[in-house]
Design a protein around this ligand. Structure first.
Ligand SMILES: NC(=O)c1ccc[n+]([C@@H]2O[C@H](COP(=O)([O-])OP(=O)(O)OC[C@H]3O[C@@H](n4cnc5c(N)ncnc54)[C@H](OP(=O)(O)O)[C@@H]3O)[C@@H](O)[C@H]2O)c1
Length: 299
């Protein structure tokens, strides 16, 4: 079969997308990025890529943008809804994915990689996970040779979670914590390499890979590790009672700078862990201990 050459990437302007572009280019692919109007500056300085304007909610822009592409990497996802602009989990995750797979099938794409999230499952508590699952079901039903990647928390420069904790540890004398489940943070570079390598692994077709780093940590343990890497002798922590977090989150989550939504709280309350061995072995990667990854991130 003719090798894959040009790869269409949705969500390229995001935290994961920018690293996926680098990983795809390192594997020798020509990368074409879907960019929403107004988001062009997010790819400033990223050279040697093709850019097409469009939106996953606009099927016509997808078909036009994908023409001539051999593969699609679909990364678009949101962690917060924005009701005034009708930016809902259902529209972005479920309708967006339906549009992307339909366009990919209609232009004759030969490989499709789908970014989901660990915890996506039938009957999930959070609407983020419910709609990520519904999107996976749309992928299962399509005719494309698909691969699904389901990461736990991803960390790296520009992430929205570990970087927030680093900020809190650096700035606040006492770190407020939520008592929740365990997480398995994984570096963005490894997720991106796995995504890029999946394109050329026939054994990855119709497979779902759960992805996490080698360490399973609670939020408190993650904060302690960040403190250690930052050279802090002791981090003072305070467990905010669950009822207080719930009430505050429900009341304040619409404020743009409030860091938590009720949906995210549901996710933090449960374990987000997996066996990532099939991911690492299939894509020839070695799990990076969290302390090493944090040291590299925090310099
Ligand atoms: N970060 C994590 O820890 C993590 C963990 C597990 C799974 N994931 C999944 O990984 C994927 C990427 O996450 P991320 O952290 O990179 O998110 P991000 O930084 O928020 O990026 C989201 C991307 O989606 C694009 N997008 C949103 N709505 C769109 C639309 N209607 N049409 C076209 N593009 C649209 C954004 O474009 P604009 O620049 O125009 O806004 C941006 O490029 C998501 O599917 C997420 O669910 C992330």
């Amino acid at each position: 079969m003719r090798p894959l050459h040009r790869v269409f990437v949705t969500g390229a302007t995001g935290f994961v997308g920018r690293t996926v572009i680098q990983a795809l280019r390192a594997e020798g692919y020509v990368v074409r990025c879907l960019v929403r109007r107004g988001s062009e500056r997010d790819l400033r300085g990223v050279e040697a890529i093709e850019r097409v304007e469009g939106d996953v909610l606009s099927p016509q822009t997808l078909e036009e943008g994908m023409a001539g592409c051999d593969a699609v990497v679909h990364l678009v996802g949101i962690i917060r809804e924005h009701v005034p602009t009708n930016t809902t989990f259902y529209r972005v995750h479920v309708q967006g994915t339906g549009n992307v797979v339909a366009a990919a099938a209609s232009v004759g794409v030969r490989r499709y990689i789908h970014m989901s999230a660990l915890g996506a499952r039938e009957g999930a508590r959070s609407r983020y996970h419910q709609t990520k699952w519904a999107a996976e079901e749309a992928v299962h039903a399509c005719s494309l040779p698909w691969t699904i990647v389901r990461p736990s928390v991803i960390y790296g420069r520009g992430d929205g979670f570990v970087s927030l904790l680093v900020w809190v540890v650096r700035r606040l004398p006492v770190v407020p914590l939520i008592v929740g489940g365990r997480l398995q943070p994984v570096p963005v570079e490894q997720v991106a390499q796995g995504v890029a390598r999946a394109l050329s692994r026939p054994s990855a077709v119709k497979q779902t890979y759960e992805v996490g780093g080698p360490d399973r940590v609670t939020l408190g343990e993650l904060v302690d590790l960040i403190g250690k890497v930052l050279g802090r002798r002791r981090i003072l922590k305070f467990n905010v009672p669950r009822v207080v977090v719930r009430v505050a989150t429900r009341a304040l989550h619409r404020l743009p700078y409030f860091p938590l939504t009720p949906d995210q709280l549901l996710m933090l309350e449960e374990d987000n862990v997996c066996d990532p061995a099939p991911f690492f072995s299939t894509f020839g990667l070695a799990p990076l201990p969290l302390a090493t990854g944090l040291r590299q991130l925090l310099g």
